[in-house]
Unconditional design. Structure first.
Length: 543
């Protein structure tokens, strides 16, 4: 590393006071450590990379002495616009990498950090275009820098574009992961709301059943009290008591209807009639609709509570509906076992025929099963469902004696895989495009720049070729003015290191033997040395 560069850079960075405090770090931005007024950013001065022994060495020192203060000045903009600073630092260190490859390390680091920052890519593209335009201008003004062009192209592609795309890919990947977790949280919240709505609807249906059962019983009480009131052999005060009972029962029926009317939802379903809870009738209707179903009932159901009967009816009804919707053509079996203290209902179906839809059941969302689970839970029973032997099974155990729920409502299951939202699909497509661009853009850019550089070098080399015939006409001792008439308009930029003749006022010029890269003489040069306006030596220089 040139001492001028290191000393100047340390001097500039030493007087830069980086502000203290913390700022809110945007998404995908790299974490930054503590910054203080005594911060001193240096890249070291012990570089061991070999020097480029060309005429461009003086110009390289000039570039370093100018750009190092610029880097130090740019540090003061860190807190105001870190993205601009990173882009500028990448551009400057990329230019310095042409003189010393150790600069490619900070170039890659700053390019990666710039790519990790969120925002538009237009400033980065403009910066790259500006770098290339400045490079072309520099080569036009100083042709001696042409040997450094190949290294510059390598730095632009390998140490600038690839790290920047890697940072951009990392940023978008982190954004996609974060959006995925947010989407999962949203789906879980929606699933909880849907499950709660299903339970609320089932509670409303239970309330309707209560209205049907209790209303019927209260109506019978009112009817019996009315008949008792009209009995001729009943004392007058007993008749008044019977009339009061009848009035209270009628009022209770009306109030029950008002309360249940508030809870009832207009779902389009009708309440069961007195004999509508018959499982035989339910399975018969399913068979007539084309569903292959068998009913097996064990035990007596003479004194079965209405709540249990209606819960069993709802379990069978919903299970057969799911079989018809999600396992068309499958054979279903309904088993109802009445014990002394509970009733067990099992509805299971085998695998559907090939080509028919089968379980699992993503289409319906499982809301009906959630409602059944809530109904059975409120009776103090248990409810289970899931795949079994290639099909599906629903099992409910309903106690005959009413009891409080044994456990709170279960947590909703994890949301099933479904269609991704449009924003998530766009993010995935953007990530894929970034990955493709990270591979293709550097390759295409490198190929284009290498091709343009090859054409440039070939054109420049063709203007520096000394014809072998003209070289043969040259002799030591000829005046320089006479020699000039045989020389091409410019010297070659590819000069091999060799010992030159010594002597005060001695200058040497180099001219290419051929511009064809595939020629065996490619890279060889004619060297002509002059002293005091006279040709003092001419020879060939080979690698």
């Amino acid at each position: 590393m040139d001492p001028i560069v290191t000393n100047t850079f340390v001097r500039w960075t030493g007087r830069v006071g980086l502000p203290q405090g913390r700022r809110r770090r945007p998404a995908c931005a790299p974490a930054r450590g503590r910054r203080g007024a005594d911060a001193d950013w240096t890249f070291g001065s012990g570089g061991t990379a070999p020097e480029v022994r060309t005429v461009a060495s003086v110009e390289s020192t000039t570039i370093n002495s100018v750009t190092a203060p610029a880097i130090g000045t740019a540090v003061t903009r860190w807190t105001r616009d870190p993205g601009t600073l990173l882009t500028a630092a990448t551009a400057l260190t990329a230019g310095l990498s042409t003189t010393n490859l150790w600069w490619s390390i900070p170039t890659a680091v700053t390019a990666f950090l710039a790519g990790r920052r969120p925002g538009r890519t237009a400033p980065t593209v403009l910066a790259l275009v500006a770098i290339l335009a400045a490079s072309v201008t520099a080569l036009s003004v100083v042709p001696a820098w042409l040997p450094l062009a190949g290294r510059f192209v390598t730095v632009v592609v390998a140490a600038t574009m690839l790290p920047w795309f890697a940072g951009r890919f990392w940023c978008q990947y982190r954004q996609l992961v974060r959006a995925g977790w947010e989407r999962a949280d949203q789906l879980q919240r929606e699933q909880r709301l849907i499950a709660e709505q299903a339970r609320s609807r089932e509670r409303a249906r239970i309330a309707q059943d209560m209205h049907d059962v209790l209303g019927h019983d209260l109506s019978l009480i009112a009817l019996a009290a009315g008949a008792l009131k009209l009995a001729p052999d009943l004392a007058e005060h007993h008749q008044r008591a019977a009339a009061d009972i009848r009035a209270r029962a009628a009022a209770a029926v009306d109030r029950l209807g008002e309360v249940i009317g508030v809870l009832r939802e207009e779902t389009g379903s009708t309440a069961l009639d007195a004999d509508g809870a018959s499982l035989t009738r339910l399975t018969s209707e399913a068979s007539e609709a084309g569903l292959a179903v068998e009913l097996h009932v064990d035990g007596e159901a003479d004194d079965l509570p209405p709540v249990v009967e209606r819960a069993a009816h709802r379990v069978v009804q919903e299970a057969l509906t799911n079989v018809a919707k999600h396992a068309r053509g499958a054979r279903a079996t309904v088993r109802v076992t009445h014990a002394a203290t509970e009733t067990e209902v099992v509805v299971e179906n085998g695998p559907p025929p090939e080509g028919a839809a089968g379980h699992p059941r993503p289409g319906g969302g499982g809301h009906g099963l959630i409602g059944l689970e809530e109904r059975v839970r409120l009776t103090g029973g248990s409810f289970d469902h899931g795949p079994r032997d290639g099909g599906y099974a629903v099992v409910a155990r309903i106690p005959h004696a009413a009891s409080p729920p044994a456990q709170p409502p279960p947590a909703p299951q994890a949301p099933r895989a479904g269609t991704l939202p449009q924003e998530h699909r766009r993010a995935r497509r953007r990530l894929g495009r970034t990955l493709v661009a990270a591979v293709m853009v550097p390759l295409v850019t490198g190929a284009v720049l290498s091709g343009a550089l090859l054409v440039w070098e070939t054109t420049a080399a063709s203007r520096s070729v000394l014809d072998p015939g003209d070289y043969a006409r040259l002799e030591v001792g000829q005046p320089q003015s006479e020699v000039r008439r045989l020389l091409p308009e410019r010297q070659t930029d590819h000069r091999q290191p060799a010992d030159e003749p010594t002597g005060e006022g001695t200058t040497c010029e180099y001219y290419a033997m051929t511009a064809d890269r595939f020629d065996d003489r490619s890279g060889d040069a004619y060297r002509l040395c002059f002293r005091q306006g006279t040709l003092v030596s001419l020879d060939t220089v080979t690698p």
